[in-house]
Design a protein around this ligand. Structure first.
Ligand SMILES: Nc1ncnc2c1ncn2[C@@H]1O[C@H](COP(=O)(O)OP(=O)(O)OP(=O)(O)O)[C@@H](O)[C@H]1O
Length: 418
């Protein structure tokens, strides 16, 4: 079994002492719009500094969790995944660069670089050979894409991307495994709810995971996928919101019909300008709208009963403001009692019948069929906040719920990292 050696612990502690560097959606797009071996190499240099810092923060945090939560077997398991990924990144041999090549790489880019990872790497000892190495300095970039890069650069890019793919796959089951760890903790401490310090840990931890996966996913897509119109990596510069909402609605309705054995699930009216598009990550938007729709459908079906002759319409309205695009989902599913309102944002709060988490445990990601783990809302809110938006829920008990999904149009806000 993989274990963390004392030397690796030293490295982790060292990296965890540096702050994380946030990147905005705009920076990701500007940097990745014309990828060449040079820009990809620069991106890998940034990620090679930044990802170990982010992973090290998480290992340290998992290590220091209070009330013996850190001792739960599933928490330990996740900690080892993070440590292993950290080690794979810091031990990946970098190509030796001649002075000329250094200059070529410095010039690669398209006018706007992703930021330098905040810690000045000159302070970081090269832990592989015991020396201190000098920091990179910010170099103005030009618009040159015609520079021939030697094969060792593309070979390194390929190797780096391969390492990222392995890491991404290793971390697929993190959400479910941490959830399992929380269950182990609740059982061992005989608690029914988690306290606010654990809630904030989970918010931080899952937010960090979204960021790490965003950076990794973006890099893999830029390196391995052929260019697609309107796409830069996994970011779509013209995400059509109507189309995306329609798909999420249909998918959620299908699952609802299947789950309750309905001939037809509640209908959904969508009011949205068909041409409204903006820069976003379609995967994130699909995830959020789908989760919110599932909740509304479930509430409506359960309030009115599966034998109801008809269900009240669920309304989805999309509004375009200067700063935000807001998606409002209104249902007549009976709402939520005021006393339960703070709970809906806590992980593992659900009014669905308990499911066997362990059964879903080894699946690649965390997907409940209709409801059941109490992760839908808190994780969706993290996705919204990741790019500077928010998710707000207003309930009228006895009638229904309005959910407001605010999506930031300015796309310049940096990742919220803690
Ligand atoms: N539109 C709604 N109307 C009424 N109750 C709701 C609504 N949305 C959420 N809730 C309540 O909030 C709880 C938590 O919702 P959340 O989406 O986080 O988890 P879940 O749907 O139970 O499980 P899952 O992890 O599968 O999403 C739900 O179990 C439900 O009790």
């Amino acid at each position: 079994m993989y274990r963390i050696t004392p030397h690796l612990y030293d490295q982790i502690r060292h990296f965890a002492a540096f702050p994380q560097t946030g990147v905005s959606l705009q920076q990701m797009v500007q940097f990745g719009s014309t990828p060449s071996d040079g820009t990809l190499f620069k991106a890998s240099q940034f990620l090679g500094d930044e990802l170990p810092i982010r992973l090290a923060h998480r290992v340290k945090e998992l290590e220091e969790l209070p009330d013996r939560l850190n001792e739960m077997p599933s928490i330990q398991k996740v900690k080892l995944w993070y440590a292993q990924s950290f080690e794979e990144l810091v031990t990946l041999p970098k190509p030796t660069l001649s002075a000329d090549l250094r200059q070529l790489i410095a010039k690669a880019g398209n006018g706007n670089a992703i930021p330098e990872a905040k810690p000045n790497p000159s302070l970081i000892p090269d832990l592989r050979n015991g020396k201190y190495h000098n920091g990179r300095t910010s170099v103005p970039v030009s618009n040159r894409h015609d520079i021939p890069f030697p094969p060792e650069i593309s070979a390194y890019n390929e190797k780096f991307t391969k390492t990222l793919s392995i890491i991404k796959r290793r971390h697929d089951a993190v959400v479910a495994t941490i959830a399992q760890g929380i269950l182990e903790y609740k059982k061992s401490r005989q608690r029914s709810q988690i306290d606010s310090s654990i809630q904030s840990f989970l918010d931080r931890f899952y937010m960090s995971r979204i960021g790490i996966r965003m950076l990794i996913g973006q890099h893999i897509a830029l390196t391995t996928e052929p260019p697609r119109t309107d796409y830069v990596g996994i970011i779509c510069t013209r995400t059509n919101i109507r189309q995306l909402c329609s798909e999420a609605i249909e998918n959620a309705r299908f699952i609802c019909e299947d789950y309750y054995g309905l001939y037809e699930s509640p209908r959904v009216q969508l009011v949205c300008d068909p041409d409204l598009s903006f820069m976003y990550v379609p995967g994130h938007l699909s995830h959020m709208t789908f989760e919110i729709m599932k909740n509304s459908l479930r509430a409506v079906v359960e309030k009115h009963g599966i034998n109801a002759s008809s269900f009240p319409l669920i309304k989805v309205v999309v509004a375009k403001g200067n700063e935000d695009i807001t998606v409002k989902i209104s249902d007549e599913g009976g709402g939520i009692p005021r006393s339960a309102m703070p709970l809906v944002w806590t992980y593992m709060y659900t009014t669905a019948h308990e499911q066997d988490l362990a059964a879903d445990f080894d699946k690649s990601d965390f997907k409940a069929p209709m409801a059941g783990f109490g992760y839908g809302l808190p994780i969706s809110r993290l996705y919204a906040r990741y790019f500077g938006g928010d998710l707000i829920l207003i309930s009228m008990e006895g009638y229904g719920t309005d959910v407001y999904l605010h999506l930031n149009r300015l796309s310049s806000s940096s990742e919220p990292l803690a």
